[in-house]
Design a protein around this ligand. Structure first.
Ligand code: FAD
Length: 469
């Protein structure tokens, strides 16, 4: 892309998406000023303190690789090849993510942010300003009102275009939310999460098996763990806010330990700081945010979580924000010169997909916390694995489509609905539960697939092209 001198694009927020967006815009010759309200997390002594884990998947890496940062990010991740389910009796069941050794990649959010900050800063024409909070936006010029968090100094920055990459509770979005024709909704999940940590064992070995996502599903509550590259494992304890086995009910050390002795006895000895961590760390909530339009007066736009925050059940929020940058770049390629046209094109292309992943993420939370331990769920998974091996061109389970392809989310949702009809039919066939032995099971499903009614459902699936895989 040739370098052309233009006025600056201002990005509010030097989080994951703001940094990647800056790199994409720099490639197109834009000067970019990023304003971040926090200090520079690379300068903080412990790299920014605690940090949630993220898992990155195919579509996230595709967007990172296009600007040349995918390799460095991948090197800092731990690959996870499946889910390790921990039953209440300590029994462990391993479910691989795919039939071909597919993996998702775990990394601490702060580590990823540091890599992206370095990368953004190294791009031509990109400047980072830390400690400056956006306090308002004027779409007329457009311009951003900024306040320095230490000195209190106020500043107004004019821009060619303003992007709000300032996360779920975006100030940029708030500046326009109460205008007419702006639709907005936020839906909080009825449970929150608290982070706990399994430190490395003495001598630096992993406290839990390293290359898997660990899940302890217990109906309305669950524990989920992601290994880190320093051999620790970050756990998130998900609990309802109120009711039995809730944050409200765990007001004392005794009640906390009782819950762990009863529901998570295998991991309790590996949590030496459980009580301290539980009572000193914040309880976090999860929210779905939907908003439209994403662009105001053709001059100020939202991207990433500011436009479409989702529940983290699929681990797709950052992946989706990275994909935003890549798709926006393709819109810039087509409509350069006209920001209103580019942003309209972007929203038309992108919003059906971000709505779809928001719906899917809400559904998947139910699956994660309840069904993964349920024999009916395990039977479905077994049937799915058979069908996807038998029809690799037509069938791909939803988790794989979301995580291991770049098929637009909205298409994965439509395909999933058709695939679901097929699996519903197969698991409801009488006698299937009596044939769980591998050979008998395969024969049973193979015969069922030959029947006319099931065959029609298979032909309804259509194919997934090679390029989409
Ligand atoms: C528990 C949990 C687990 C998750 N797991 C995954 C996962 O496994 N995989 C995945 O892909 N995603 C995951 N996500 C989602 C992911 O964290 C977000 O989608 C991603 O961080 C969004 O990036 P962003 O840059 O849009 O927003 P953010 O990361 O929120 O960054 C916004 C930035 O803007 C700054 N800012 C905010 N307000 C202002 C202001 N007024 N002025 C200036 N700066 C401002 C903030 O300080 C911040 O640096 C998870 C989220 C949660 C809560």
């Amino acid at each position: 892309v040739s370098t052309v001198e233009r006025s600056s694009v201002v990005i509010v927020g030097a989080g994951l998406v703001g940094c990647l967006l800056a790199a994409y815009l720099s490639r197109r010759g834009y000067r970019v000023e990023i304003y971040e309200r926090q200090g520079d997390l690379r300068q903080l002594p412990d790299g920014g303190g605690r940090s949630i884990n993220l898992t990155l998947t195919e579509r996230g890496f595709t967007a990172l690789e296009e600007v040349g940062i995918g390799g460095s990010v991948r090197e800092s991740c731990v690959p996870l090849y499946g889910r390790l389910m921990h039953g209440p009796d300590g029994e462990e069941t391993y479910q691989p993510y795919g039939n071909h050794g597919e993996a998702i990649f775990s990394i601490r959010r702060n580590d990823l942010n540091r890599i992206l900050l370095d990368f953004a800063e190294a791009q031509t024409g990109v400047s980072l300003h830390f400690g400056w909070a956006c306090v308002g936006v004027d779409a007329g010029t457009p311009s951003v009102q900024l306040r320095n968090r230490e000195s209190g100094e106020a500043r107004i920055e004019d821009a060619l275009h303003v992007f709000g990459a300032d996360g779920s509770f975006s100030t940029v979005r708030r500046s326009f939310m109460f205008h007419s024709q702006v639709n907005y909704s936020q839906t909080f999940f009825d449970q929150g999460y608290k982070e706990l940590s399994v430190p490395p064992r003495e001598g630096g070995a992993w406290g839990l098996q390293p290359n898997a996502t660990h899940i302890w599903p217990r109906g309305r509550h669950m524990l989920i763990g992601f290994p880190n590259s320093d051999c620790s494992v970050t756990l998130a304890l998900h609990l309802p806010f109120e009711g039995p086995a809730s944050f409200e009910a765990l007001g004392t050390e005794d009640s906390l330990l009782e819950l762990f002795r009863k529901d998570f006895p295998d991991v309790l000895p590996k949590l030496p700081n459980l009580v301290d961590e539980f009572f000193s760390r914040p309880t976090n909530s999860m929210v779905t945010i939907r908003c439209s339009p994403w662009t105001f007066h053709g001059k100020v736009s939202l991207i990433g979580d500011a436009a479409h925050a989702i529940y983290p059940s699929y681990g797709q929020g950052a992946n989706s924000g990275f994909e935003d940058c890549q798709i926006l770049d393709s819109c810039l390629e087509r409509g350069e010169g006209s920001w209103p046209r580019v942003m309209k094109d972007f929203e038309t292309l992108r919003k059906p997909s971000t709505d779809a992943i928001a719906d899917l993420a809400e559904e998947h939370f139910e699956e994660l916390r309840a069904h993964v331990a349920d024999p009916k769920f395990l039977l479905r998974k077994k049937v799915e694995r058979y069908v996807s091996k038998k029809f690799p061109v037509q069938y791909m389970d939803l988790y794989s489509m979301v995580s291991f392809t770049s098929i637009p989310y909205v298409e994965t949702l439509h395909r999933e609905r058709r695939q679901r009809s097929l699996i519903d039919r197969l698991v409801s066939m009488s006698g299937i539960e009596d044939r769980l032995g591998d050979r008998e099971f395969d024969e049973f499903i193979a015969n069922a697939l030959h029947s006319d009614s099931v065959g029609t459902l298979v032909s309804d699936l259509g194919g997934i092209s090679h390029g989409q895989r």
